[in-house]
Every structure is written in C-alpha cells, then in structure tokens.
Write a protein that binds this ligand. Structure first.
Ligand code: HEC
Length: 322
C-alpha cells in the first residue's frame, strides 16, 4: 500500500514536471500575456483619393493653410474619422467609384508591448459588411499594415501615412496610364506639383544618401486568409515601396468568430539595412492600414497619425515590458 502510494506520488511528480516544462515552452512561444496589456481602439477610415497634394491644396481642402502653418491632421480630425469615412465611401467626396454598402470605417483595437528583445504590435478587429465589392486581390482576403518612422521623416510625424500617399499613385486621381507609381516620400523627388512628384527622381546617389540618413518609412504587413498561415512582408518607402527579400517581421494570426487577431513582432535592434531600430527614449510616428475583403490600393481603411514609445513618453501607445 505504502509502495503503491509512493509510486503514484512519483508518477504525479513526473506529470507535474512534464506539464511545467510544457507551460514553459508555450510561454516562450507566446511571450506576451496580452490580457494584461491595455489596448486602444483606433478608428481606421476610408480615404478615397485624399492624397498628400489634395490635403495641401487650399481650394480642395480648407485645412490646407493651417496644416502648412503647423497644425497636424489629428488636431482637427480626431474623433471625426468615422464621419469622414462615411462621406468618402458613399462617394459624396473624393471617391469617383464608390462600393455600395461598404462601411466607411472600422475600429481596430491596437496593443503594443516589448520583452527587451522584440517589439510587438497586436491588432484585433471584427469583419465589416463587404457591400457589393469586386475582388481586387485574388490571393488574400485581408492585409493589415503598420508603417512607422523614428523621428527622421517630418511628414510622418505630422500626417502619418499621408506623407507617402500621392496624387499620382496607383488608382489615385492623377495616376498616369501605363505606369505604376507606388508610395513615396516627397524627399525622393526633385520637384512635386499638384499631381505629385511623378518620375522626377533624385539621383541614385542622392537617394542612397537619404537612406543613410534614415529618411524612409518602414512597413510591416500581414497578408491573411482565414484558416491559412499568414504571410509576413516588410519593407521601406523612399522613392517607391520596396519589399525586403527576407522579412524579419514575424506574424501570428487567428480568425475566430468573425474576428481577426494578428500579432507582428520584430527584434528591437537589427543590423540589416533599411530598418529602424526601436529604442527607449524615442517617439515613433506610426500609421495603420487595413485592406479587407480582397481590396487593393486606395480601397483600404487608414488611420490618422499616431505615435508609440517604449516604456514611457508622450505617445499614443506605450509599449510596456512584459
Ligand atoms: C485646421 C484644421 C485642419 C487640418 C490641420 C487638417 N484638416 Fe482636413 N479638413 C478640415 C476641414 C475644415 C475639412 C472640411 C471640408 C473641407 O473644407 O475640405 C476637412 C476635410 C478633410 C477631408 C475630407 C472629408 C471631409 O469631411 O470633408 C479629409 C480626407 C481630410 N480633411 C484629411 C486631412 C488630413 C490627412 C490632414 C493632415 C495632413 C488634414 N485633413 C488636416 C480641417 C483640417
């Protein structure tokens, strides 16, 4: 009887060890206890053809002068995002080709964290009504993107994604036929007009110089299909949208009960070129974009300009250590 009990005890303790080591190994995979991280709802809205040049033209946009004088987009438009989205998605303004029934905005819950080695950003959103929407991207149902800077690109700080969105980009009002212009920063061009900077590229050596100075935006993207492994993409934007051959960003995604949960993470410090290190003491301007329901290009939802910082600081998102 006694021996049996000891045997049972031993078995129990073996089981405990197995369970404990299992817990430790899952803990290292799922490093962050997201339940303990405070999230924030960000309203992403439908922008139509509201380009950087549109925003800066007084006869198009009455905020233009004040913006040029130093007032940022969010100072005028915070909490108006869903109204703006509805106005544009229904074609009242800035959208020549409205998608009937498409929602004008979507709320995405955003959380950030770090664990001294990696930075994490996590998104949670529920699917919105699709409307009578054509399939544009055949390969992916949804794409969520984060674009950020480390204080080098003034337009990113002042206007988030708008710093890269020009009137001659694909699908925008001044897009040239037969040429595909993607996102770019104004600094990459020798001149810009109402229709954007077109092909007025600076010389390769000038562009290299800008890259060395950190004048570019970095982006991370998760390409998603329900029930499939997500595809991670990262890259940078200066003269155009460059996709890195070997993404360093890691993506985890889950679709459950009509809701997506997507986590992106990357090492805080990396030596590969065209990336931004993430460190305490710096404020990072950031913008978010969601292409849902097989959309592409301008048919997405975007955020106004936001900021994140590690540990503490004057930022919308403080990535706490977990
Ligand atoms: C000084 C305040 C102010 C600033 C700064 C400002 N806007 Fe506006 N914006 C307005 C006003 C007022 C309207 C209303 C319609 C109009 O005059 O175009 C507007 C309209 C818009 C619209 C069209 C939707 C609508 O409701 O008519 C978009 C899109 C927009 N702004 C984007 C931006 C972006 C992006 C920025 C920053 C790059 C920005 N705005 C900066 C005041 C501002």
């Amino acid at each position: 009887m006694k021996r049996r009990e000891t045997l049972r005890k031993r078995k129990l303790s073996q089981a405990t060890i197995i369970i404990a080591s299992y817990l430790i190994s899952t803990a290292s995979v799922q490093a962050i206890d997201w339940g303990s991280v405070q999230g924030k709802d960000v309203t992403l809205f439908y922008p139509g053809q509201a380009s950087w040049e549109w925003v800066l033209t007084k006869s198009d946009h009455s905020g233009a002068d004040k913006f040029k004088q130093g007032k940022n987009c969010k100072e005028c438009h915070e909490r108006e995002e869903s109204d703006i989205g509805t106005k544009i998605v229904t074609g009242k303004k800035l959208e020549p080709d409205p998608i009937p029934g498409k929602s004008g905005s979507i709320k995405v819950n955003v959380k950030t964290a770090h664990d001294s080695e990696k930075f994490y950003v996590r998104f949670e959103w529920s699917e919105t009504p699709q409307g009578d929407q054509p399939i544009m991207d055949k390969d992916f149902d949804s794409k969520i993107t984060v674009m950020f800077d480390d204080g080098k690109v003034l337009a990113a700080k002042r206007a988030g994604c708008w710093g890269t969105c020009h009137d001659d980009a694909v699908n925008m009002a001044s897009a040239p036929t037969g040429k595909e212009i993607t996102k770019y920063l104004a600094q990459s061009r020798t001149k810009l007009g109402r229709s954007g900077g077109g092909e007025n590229y600076k010389s390769p050596s000038e562009l290299d110089q800008l890259l060395n100075e950190g004048i570019f935006m970095e982006f991370w993207q998760a390409k998603l299909n329900q029930g499939a492994e997500p595809v991670a993409v990262d890259g940078y934007i200066l003269d155009k949208r460059h996709k890195n051959d070997n993404p360093l960003v890691d993506v985890q995604a889950e679709f459950n009960g009509g809701k997506w949960t997507v986590t992106m993470s990357r090492k805080l410090t990396v030596s590969e070129p065209h990336r931004k290190n993430i460190a305490a003491g710096q404020i990072y301007p950031v913008g978010f974009a969601l292409h849902d329901n097989h959309t592409e290009h301008r048919y997405h939802y975007i955020s106004l300009e936001h900021t994140f910082a590690l540990d503490q600081g004057e930022a919308d998102f403080i990535a706490v250590k977990k």
